[in-house]
Design a protein around this ligand. Structure first.
Ligand code: MF3
Ligand code: CO
Length: 260
């Protein structure tokens, strides 16, 4: 069942989303060779708690972190650990914050130091595909339009789309209906309506699309061991307009990126 939100609820979503975005901006300052992913997780948890939020992933189905840590071939749902990031790695940091009963969900994949041009190109295409998906996320369109926009953009550039993991509706719960796949056909799936809040999150592989889940029951890796990238925004559809509730501005300020 899809919960349509009132403008008052979307205002609360906006606050939760702003906090998750500021959290990734804070963590971005620490993403450098030598830092452990556990340290990044602690920075995120303390920042969220200091700002009155709740780290929503922590304890969710037994998940042990505030951040999902996605190093190189890890697609999603990796645990924080004593692994120290190395020059040339990429690390996706996926974070959900609950504030005033509503959730904001966002992911950014960071280069660690100098990263090969091939891997930088994967990051660029994946981030761009998120915005292609958002552009297709319009009132009156269907979820399949988002899915198709992401898939087409990435596959044309030679990358593959993870199919087992999806974006999702979001609100009082981190995961609500509808599922938002990153592959599919235009015109299929649920109608996009005013009041919908969804998390769009392309997971894009350099090699083949296949994944394996680790013995911990969570860590999802590419089967071929090639890198995978992941970017995510939470958006709301209101008054016929789509608003991106999260922002990469805080991360961009730290990294010195020019926002797309
Ligand atoms: N953004 C991730 C998702 O939508 C967050 C997962 S949190 C976890 O699946 F606790 F389930 F890991
Ligand atoms: Co999500």
């Amino acid at each position: 069942m899809i919960y349509l939100k009132t403008s008052e609820e979307i205002a609360l979503m906006r606050e939760a989303c702003n906090l998750v975005s500021r959290t990734l901006g804070e963590v971005a300052k620490w993403v450098t060779p030598g830092v452990t992913t556990l340290k990044l997780d602690t920075i995120a948890r303390e920042f969220i708690q200091d700002n009155g939020g709740k780290p929503a992933c922590l304890g969710y189905g037994g998940f042990p972190g505030t951040l999902c840590i996605e190093v190189n071939e890890v697609v999603v749902h990796g645990f924080p650990s004593n692994y120290a990031l190395r020059e040339g790695d990429i690390v996706g940091l996926d974070c959900v914050v609950e504030l005033n009963g509503y959730n904001g969900d966002q992911c950014y994949t960071f280069p660690v130091g100098e990263v090969s041009p091939e891997v930088m190109a994967l990051l660029k295409t994946t981030k761009e595909s998120l915005y292609k998906g958002i552009a297709a996320c319009k009132e009156g369109n269907r979820i399949g339009d988002i899915a198709n926009a992401v898939q087409t953009y990435c596959e044309r550039r030679g990358y593959s789309i993870v199919r087992e993991m999806c974006g999702h509706g979001i609100g009082r719960s981190m995961h609500e209906d509808p599922e938002v796949p990153n592959y599919g056909r235009k015109g299929m799936g649920a109608l996009i309506k005013n009041g919908m809040c969804i998390a769009i999150e392309p997971m894009v592989n350099m090699g083949k699309r296949n994944i394996v889940i680790g013995k911990d029951g969570w860590t999802c890796r590419t089967r071929d061991g090639q890198p995978s990238a992941h970017y995510e925004h939470t958006v709301a559809i209101m008054g016929g307009e789509t608003e991106i509730l999260t922002t990469f501005d805080y991360v961009d300020q730290v990294l010195g990126n020019n926002a797309i």
